[in-house]
Design a binder for this molecule. Structure first.
Ligand SMILES: *Cc1c(COP(=O)(O)O)cnc(C)c1O
Length: 392
């Protein structure tokens, strides 16, 4: 910048340094809402291609790097990063569904997805039939001429119910349905649903993929590039795109995904086994235990581990469970999961507070259920904390 220009101008027009043949080891954070072009023809050409980097709502190199990484991990054709997990789920469902369509979904569903399906029913007449997701024949029994989507979750909240994805997606294909699965709890290291018949895989990257409880994000991975294009075009309209910094933090977290998932699983397995022996605990909902209803499917479908989320039913009930969570010193009382810190939450007084004891029983939990999102701490410290809290 020539020094003949005024200081205000020079403070604005700072040059991006030439990299002199050096190549960044990490994906750089391109925190910029648009890119400039030396020739007006190049800008005109970039604007014609909606996936160019000309404007951030369309695309950005840091965001693209995250999408490419997810495409590779999920064995997909293309992926789309979003501002949140709900941003991905909302955009996918609003693309594949129209007024009057019908959805088949498993009844153990993430609360935000359940609320979205309720809203779609009320405003667009898009009804949902909820199935137990225990027997693939439930799909054929629920199908209507208007059914478009089969919506599943690999592992469910809070009891880690495991859905037999190959069996259910085969039944969905038979009926011509688009198969969508929320793979947040398993991560692509635990399960690759496209290989098991899914058309679309959604994630809240807020959880295990970013892994440090410091960012909100989502992603959808597609088996078919054409469907990706349709959904992504809708994303340009909703504007629920990923911010480059959020994508960068997610990529940074993903570098240790393998190590973290191994540790989450080992810690959860050890803590679940310890708690299953404790007289203060009535029941442990962890797929690693032989008595869990999803144990056999989990062994087959998730050979590398079951994530780090499970639930326990504290003996006594609502008050005993509340007091137990209050006494924890290392584990914190908070929502969300998948970060490095262990968190607990009592569904009856938080995420599922609108349900009474009967309603809770219908989804397999009690007023004394506590959800545990197991973190990466040393297992001896976790066991000691849970023991002191149970022993009062
Ligand atoms: C958190 C979560 C979501 C929603 O993701 P956000 O990033 O909070 O929007 C969806 N599905 C599952 C299973 C989740 O745990």
């Amino acid at each position: 910048m020539p020094t003949t220009r005024h200081p205000e101008t020079r403070a604005i027009h700072v040059e991006v340094p030439d990299l002199e043949a050096a190549r960044p080891l990490n994906v750089p954070l391109y925190q910029t809402s648009n890119f400039g072009y030396d020739n007006p023809e190049e800008l005109a050409e970039a604007i014609r291609r909606p996936e160019s980097f000309a404007y951030l709502r369309n695309s950005n190199p840091t965001v693209r790097a995250l999408e490419n990484a997810i495409t590779s991990l999920e064995g997909a054709e293309a992926s789309m990063a979003t501002a949140s997990g709900m941003g991905a789920i909302h955009t996918v469902l609003h693309t594949v569904l129209s007024s009057g369509d019908h959805v088949i979904a498993q009844k153990h569903l993430y609360g935000g997805t359940f609320a979205l399906l309720k809203d779609l029913a009320a405003r667009f007449g898009i009804e949902t039939t909820y199935i137990d997701a225990q027997d693939p024949a439930e799909v054929a029994a629920a199908v209507r001429p208007t059914t478009k989507v089969l919506y599943l979750e690999t592992l469910s909240n809070p009891t880690a119910q495991v859905t037999d994805l190959p069996a259910f997606f085969a039944a969905g294909k038979e009926a011509g349905l688009t198969g969508i699965v929320d793979n947040t709890f398993a991560t692509p290291l635990g399960c690759r649903p496209i290989e098991l018949g899914a058309d679309v895989v959604v994630h809240s990257t807020t959880k295990f993929l970013s892994g440090h409880a410091d960012v909100l994000g989502g992603v959808a991975a597609f088996a078919d590039a054409g469907l990706h294009r349709e959904v992504w075009t809708r994303l340009l309209e909703t504007g629920a795109v990923a911010d480059p910094f959020a994508a960068w933090l997610t990529l940074r977290g993903m570098g240790t995904l393998g190590l973290r998932m191994t540790r989450h699983h080992e810690n959860a397995d050890a803590l679940a086994r310890f708690l299953s022996q404790h007289p203060g605990v009535e029941k442990v909902h962890w797929p690693g235990l032989a008595e869990h209803p999803g144990h056999e499917i989990a062994k087959r479908m998730l050979p590398h581990g079951y994530g780090g989320l499970f639930a326990i039913d504290v003996a006594g009930g609502r008050k005993e469970a509340l007091e137990f969570t209050r006494r924890l010193r290392l584990a914190d009382r908070a929502v969300s999961l998948g970060g490095h810190k262990t968190l607990v939450q009592q569904p009856a007084t938080s995420s599922h507070r609108s349900m009474d004891a009967d309603g809770l029983r219908a989804i397999g939990i009690t007023e004394g259920t506590v959800r545990i999102a197991v973190g990466l701490e040393h297992i001896d410290d976790l066991r000691a904390d849970f023991a002191q809290a149970l022993d009062g």
